[in-house]
Design a protein around this ligand. Sequence first.
Ligand SMILES: [Zn+2]
Length: 458
Amino acid sequence: MNEYDLVIKNGTVITAVTTIQADVAINGETIAAIGQNLCGKREIDARGKLVTPGAVDIHVHLEMPIGNFRSTDDFFTGTAAAAFGGTTSIIDFVEAEPEETLLEAAAARRALADPKVVIDYSLHMTITPADIAKLAQVPDAFAAGCTTFKLYMAYGYRLHDGELLQALTAVRDVGGLPVVHAENWDVITTLIAENLAYGRTAPHWHPRSRPALMEGEAAGRLIDIAELVDVPVHIFHVSCVDTVEQIARARRNGRPVTGETCPQYLFLTWDAYDAPGVQGTLPVCSPPIRSQAEQDALWQAVSRGDLQIITTDHCPFTIEEKATGLDDYSTIPGGVPSIEMRFPAIYSRGVGSGLLTPSQWVDMCCTAPAKLVGLEKKGHIGVGYDADLVIFDPHKRVTLSPETLHETAGWTPYEGVTLTGWPEMTLVRGQVVVGDGELKVEGGYGRYVHRTKANLPA
Ligand SMILES: [Zn+2]
């Protein structure tokens, strides 16, 4: 009888299309067989547990410089926290300095990440306004494995509509996928200036400076420009119904448009900004967290499939860093930590409530994101795929806090939230990365994934 290197026995295997009782056999770094009564030199008993693909988070910012700060999780602590939560691949970002080429910037980012990562990763190439002069380098970035390109409609990296048109065209010409932060920056900066002039400086005014209606407007404008130049587009961190409706309408019209949302929009409400003192600054992120009605509508959109993917936009800062904006909400460094809780949280709240089937959970957190960004061997349990797997205990209860999580911000916006279901073991390419509650590999075990495509057929 054929003996495999490792067999995960007796688990309930969940993929984006089916749930079956089966053993999963691994040879080397790859899934070799799925079936009954498989034998391994090593065996892991997963009876009573779920076996899922490793989760894929295509939107994280590790050690990202923003102003005077740098997001707190680095490529080691961030990928370790991800692994504890069942995430086995991430996509981070490259931002070139004005004097750098896109290739130089990608190489520098890899030099930072490669020795630290404990799971596999790849990089989106950001096209900033300064990079509009470098669009001839887009084919180089694509050839270096950055097949997806981040475009901002907000912040200092904001592209005006004409620049957006140029960037979308350049990405189309290489067969890449644009991934976009869609908000209306002119309206936002005007509302911020008005609020500050009236002495409205508290975080309460953060969501009220970034109206849902104008997030939808920006998304619709982006979708129209993308249609004009005939390029697919993925919309990051959807926070409201207005944006969901723009995406759903485009998809009904056959446009290759996808959207994602994140745990902060599915678990929190804007009441969090009214917490006293520095507590109210902590959940500042953009787009902002919105009302309970918006949260409920996002869960419905996820359930219906009007949003296809759940990511995190993980970008935490410490309490001290957040506190620097206590007197002016517009200067608070934006972002929250979610990299560890995403996969179990969507199981607990989504599958636990019946809003999502187990296959929808796996599709939105693993399979669909891997296909979208061109991680060809990730996100699915199938022969020939990388043996990135999670053994998931559907009954384990975990109350989220800085003590139970491995993120380093020192706080979590989900403090006190109890989840039912948590990963027991996480494997990356056949190697146990987290097991027995411990990290089992050193920084550098993870690898850069050199992508050659984007937007693989679903
Ligand atoms: Zn982001």
